[in-house]
Design a protein around this ligand. Sequence first.
Ligand code: GRF
Length: 183
Amino acid sequence: MKKIAVFASGNGSNFQVIAEQFPVEFVFSDHRDAYVLERADKLGVLSYAFELKEFESKAAYEAAIVELLEEHQIDLVCLAGYMKIVGPTLLAAYEGRIINIHPAYLPEFPGAHGIEDAWNAGVAESGVTIHWVDSGVDTGKVIKQVRVPRLADDTIESFETRIHATEYQLYHQVLESLGVGRR
Ligand code: GRF
């Protein structure tokens, strides 16, 4: 059975959907007050949180993360709203075992505002992508991506809701395709 950890910085709705369907060994947040930690408590999922500013360097921060991953013998790290760029320390230990979800159809609209950027560009369709993580920002090899239309009567809120609903389905499909067993 593959053991997964989920990394999230804030809300954690993707984490919640993943954890309802798959056994999550632990969730990690880089913000001690992130709402995802409350979700983890309610679901009975182990959580860890510490912040980059508590360490003398990003390398030391990531070394602490690697220690947790190794201690729990994690096979796959699922980034889901983890808002930091993965640095060389974490990549050196786990490259090829880290995936990320992005709320746009990469390589369109990379970066932290994929939904808003697509909306502001007036596209007829955007999408959702799950990809392997490399040293770039949303540049790793695509595992799976799907298109999401922008409908004529959409507001940015309804467009965003449709993107998120698509994210939840895509994470599920990709975890199954990577051989992560269901609960
Ligand atoms: C998602 O849209 C994800 O694609 C992006 O950040 C958002 C996180 O949402 N990277 P949540 O924390 O899972 O609710």
